[in-house]
Design a protein around this ligand. Structure first.
Ligand SMILES: Nc1ncnc2c1ncn2[C@@H]1O[C@H](COP(=O)(O)OP(=O)(O)OP(=O)(O)O)[C@@H](O)[C@H]1O
Length: 382
């Protein structure tokens, strides 16, 4: 168990070259003891570089990394007391799977009976109990990945670093193992950082997720907060399936109050939503982005506090457990999600109700969140 702190950490590849790459840019993160944190982002956003700096496989260009109170910037990987499952972090070919998993425990002089019991436990957890006597070259890629993961988990180290730990596994097995791994990490209070580009994995496993883009930390928050209170336009567009509906819009005057006027692709006005929460910063003429979570749009007549819209179906897809329905609303395309198949072919007109909680506003220039529901973003985050 340990805390992990990154303070304004950057990674610059080729600093003396004519085009250095700032792969990680002043990232600050503080992990609590026993916390399970996911680094999430698209390819090239800097997640692996961040993890490799924590592991000691890459030097830290700027900033400090601490485990507990100890600065670890210049410690060798072996001195960091960190358990790792990295892609390409090879298994020892001359050792059986069992001995690969047991290696670090035997090195730490853990009694043999306990080693056996711990190896058997993680092997059962990861469904590799039947291959313990095989050698790494005689097992599949997915099995090798689980052995690598077992080798990290079995140590119960103060900090575990897992790089795309389940990327080679099929979806059903992933889902089963995800839940078991989470229970194991919680049971042993293991502070863990894992990298993934799969948001389902991040949302299911992590206590908090660090969303990265372009080397920068966009938001570090719980799965619920990322969905309910995305800090900026990028996080809003990245988290959620289907992604949040996002439209360029501007604040306009309507009936003596404020409204958000959504703009179509060609810049022409689309639909309007009353915005009764005029704030100091939210004046007429301000350009914004309006976000509407597809899952929160209701079908039917509005209840008090909801806004009515109606749209015409342009696509209706049943995905086995939910429908994604695209509608044209005053020339703007809006997606909604329902948990049942809806007999609404193309051209059907549907009445929609928008609860205030479904609505988010982001600044038109900076992309920073202005409001979630009717509440200012800062207050909503408190
Ligand atoms: N050794 C290196 N030298 C130069 N540039 C590098 C090096 N390693 C990574 N990069 C660059 O740094 C940026 C971040 O890479 P990184 O591997 O950390 O991203 P990532 O989010 O883990 O991506 P992926 O999911 O594809 O692994 C990318 O632009 C990458 O091309």
């Amino acid at each position: 168990m340990a805390t992990l702190t990154l303070d304004a950490v950057s990674k610059i590849y080729g600093p003396r070259l004519s085009h250095p790459v700032r792969a990680v840019d002043t990232v600050s993160l503080a992990l609590r003891d026993g916390e399970l944190v996911g680094l999430l982002g698209s390819s090239g956003c800097g997640k692996t570089s961040t993890l490799r700096m924590i592991a000691g496989f890459e030097s830290v260009s700027e900033g400090t990394i601490r485990i507990g109170d100890r600065i670890i910037n210049t410690l060798r990987p072996a001195e960091r007391n960190v358990a790792m499952a990295f892609e390409g972090y090879a298994l020892y070919p001359p050792l059986t799977v069992r001995d690969n998993i047991a290696f670090s425990l035997l090195r730490d002089r853990i009694p043999k009976a306990e080693v056996q019991q711990r190896v058997a436990h993680v092997a059962a957890l990861l469904e590799i109990g039947d291959i313990l006597d095989r050698y790494p070259q005689a097992i599949s890629g997915g099995q090798q990945q689980r052995v690598s993961l077992a080798r990290a988990l079995v140590r119960r180290a103060q900090l575990s670093l897992l790089d795309e730990p389940m990327s080679q596994l099929e979806p059903q097995l992933r889902a089963v193992l995800r839940a078991r791994i989470k229970d194991y990490l919680i049971e042993h209070r293991m502070t863990t950082v894992f990298v993934t580009h799969d948001q389902t994995e991040a949302l299911a496993l992590a206590d908090r997720i660090a969303v990265m883009e372009g080397g920068r930390l966009q938001q570090f928050a719980s799965p619920t907060d990322l969905k309910r209170r995305p800090a900026n336009f990028f996080v809003a567009s990245f988290i959620g399936e289907p992604p949040m509906n996002l439209f360029p819009a501007k604040m306009v005057r309507e009936n003596g109050g404020l409204a958000v006027e959504v703009l179509g692709e060609d810049g022409t006005p689309g639909f309007r939503l009353p915005w009764p929460h005029a704030g100091r910063d939210l004046a007429e003429g301000r350009t914004v982005h309006l976000g509407i979570r597809a899952h929160e749009i209701r079908l039917g007549a509005p209840r008090p506090g909801e806004t009515a819209l109606d749209g015409v179906v342009v696509a209706n897809q049943w995905l086995g457990d939910q429908s994604h329905i695209a509608l044209a609303v005053a020339g703007v395309r809006l997606t909604i999600v329902t948990d049942r198949a809806l007999a609404a072919p193309v051209d059907t007109r549907l009445a929609l109700a928008l609860p205030e909680t479904a609505l988010h506003l982001f600044d038109g220039d900076s992309g920073l969140a202005i409001a979630h529901g009717g509440r200012p973003a800062v207050a909503a985050a408190a």
